[in-house]
Design a protein around this ligand. Structure first.
Ligand SMILES: Nc1ncnc2c1ncn2[C@@H]1O[C@H](COP(=O)(O)OP(=O)(O)OP(=O)(O)O)[C@@H](O)[C@H]1O
Length: 292
């Protein structure tokens, strides 16, 4: 598979804030990615640069082999922003018509069916929509664009649980029939864990980790035991988080645990559990380490 989009040594500063620093990112064809990071991590700044809305201070972005130039809007990308810039006075259908003009793979039949799926009235004015409904208009644009690269920034903002599940279900179904590259930026890792294949975890402008979701699941562990024994067991391991209580310790590690390791842990009275992705994410962010 070839890299469809590559960010090389990318950086952007706002005054004294390094919003994005020395960042490397590769998006391949036909893959669903998650971009995960807490508030202020630099996700939106990165997405703005990838989609031509902001120009990096240093580094470069290549899309299908061509370097993105200053002021250029890349073809083949649909960017669904967190904050929509729709005209409040326009009707839903008018906003879709405008979007359709920018995307050559746009599918009107699909857009119409999505209006029904998400129970949106095409004649309603944008300013009359709730925050969740506004997110859905953006999501319809992202889905119906069938763009080779579709970027959703916080797509489920304001949606209730049922609508969020429906959106992810529709996205996965459409992706199965029309594979393309999709990037979902969010801080809700558990929700997208079953949807995305790879994740980039970002904080303070840097990528802390990029990996397959299944690989993260298989390699993140939570250990409980006595502090001294824990020190011994984790000495040569990649510890991402440590917490003490009395003589006890809770330690999160990242890496493969073999059968022999389990036997050693057992002898030392250390219990090994799996680590839910959301927990892994928060421990990693709290620790602030970069995992190569
Ligand atoms: N236009 C701007 N002017 C000044 N600072 C900015 C600007 N845009 C972003 N920043 C700063 O850059 C950093 C990264 O912000 P960014 O919006 O990219 O993060 P984010 O990960 O998208 O956050 P959130 O999840 O809260 O939307 C923050 O410290 C933010 O305050």
């Amino acid at each position: 598979m070839g890299a469809l989009l590559t960010c090389s040594n990318l950086g952007k500063r706002y005054g004294s804030t390094e919003a994005v620093r020395n960042l490397e990112l590769h998006l391949e064809e036909n893959t669903i990615y998650g971009l995960l990071g807490p508030n202020g991590a630099g996700k939106t700044t990165l997405l703005n640069m990838m989609t031509g809305g902001a120009f990096p201070d240093y580094g470069s972005i290549q899309i299908s082999g061509a370097t993105l130039k200053r002021g250029e809007t890349p073809r083949g990308i649909c960017y669904v922003r967190e904050k929509n810039l729709f005209f409040g006075g326009a009707k839903v259908i008018e906003v879709l018509r405008l979007a359709s003009a920018f995307h050559e793979n746009w599918n009107w039949d699909y857009a119409q069916s999505l209006l029904k799926t998400f129970k949106l009235n095409p004649d309603q004015k944008i300013r009359q929509l709730s925050r969740g409904m506004e997110s859905l208009v953006g999501n319809i644009i992202g889905l119906a664009s069938r763009a080779p690269i579709t970027v959703f920034d916080e797509p489920v903002l304001g949606l209730d649980v049922l609508m969020r599940e429906k959106f992810y279900r529709v996205l996965v179904e459409d992706y199965a029939n029309h594979p393309r590259t999709i990037l979902l930026s969010t801080h809700l890792i558990d929700e997208i864990a079953t949807v995305v294949e790879r994740v980039y975890i970002m904080d303070s402008g840097s990528i802390l980790l990029h990996d397959d979701v299944d690989h993260i699941r298989a390699n993140s562990h939570l250990l409980t035991g006595n502090q001294e024994q824990m020190e011994q067991f984790t000495k040569k391991r990649h510890v991402i988080y440590k917490e003490s209580y009395g003589k006890g310790s809770i330690t999160a590690i990242y890496g493969t645990i073999h059968e022999a390791d389990r036997m050693q842990a057992n002898k030392l009275g250390i219990v090994i559990d799996g680590l839910p992705l959301q927990k892994f994410f928060s421990y990693l962010i709290e620790g602030g380490q970069i995992i190569e």
